[in-house]
Design a protein around this ligand. Sequence first.
Ligand code: ADP
Length: 252
Amino acid sequence: DSMIDRLEHSFEQQRRFVQDASHELRTPLAAIRTNIEVAEMDGEISPDEYRQLVETIKSQTARLTRLSEDLLLLSANEEGGERELEPVPLVALAQEVAAQLGPLARARNVAIRVEGDARLEAEAEPDGLFRCVFNLVDNAIKYSGDGRLVTIRAAREATEAKVSVIDNGPGIPEEEQAHVFERFFRVDKGRSRQEGGTGLGLAIVRELVGNMGGTVSIASKPGEGSTFSIGLAAAPDAPERTATFAGRQATA
Ligand code: ADP
């Protein structure tokens, strides 16, 4: 009976997911269609209005691209299974994330700081972990805003290597904290949309980290900020050397 219950629960979840995903796809598609229809109304719109329509079509298309990439990433990782893990230098990874998100941070007047022992390495899948830290820092920048500081901290805790992303932004109400890792859950829908969010960033983090045998947690206080932490098995400390983590690509 409990197996049937589990199967039913999993079918129900799958059904909900397909429903939510279709809904998310429909919104930008409808916007694109409306804008094309308006653009087709010959002679009735100015060149400026025309440009505006094209801009909207472009941004909605970008949104669809992000959505389909995130959906693909999630379904590719859903299969689970053993992942090839290797020692990943956390400070070097954090520095690369900070470098790639530098332009966004500067545009939002947010400073990024990286802290920790450069020798600390986690047993992880490098591209997957990069993507996770990237998503967390991307959120911290987007939701914190003007004049804030985002800290990426790597620290050893007993047998764990932890990488935390700390912001002093608006924080997340306690009753919402348990839900932020769910697919398509947003605390503030309008804000997420305006930022071009897919609502899948944290679900991807949970999925990828879980596949590496790690955990992700949140600590947050409204008005004070949020800390998202990824805990993985620590690799034996690397010898003193300059670890590098270059050339990774994240699809932002
Ligand atoms: P989204 O694409 O909406 O950013 P995520 O899964 O990355 O989707 O995040 C889910 C929701 O959690 C966001 O919509 C936002 O409301 C909230 N959130 C995530 N990170 C932060 C943060 N650092 N500070 C405040 N709220 C956050």
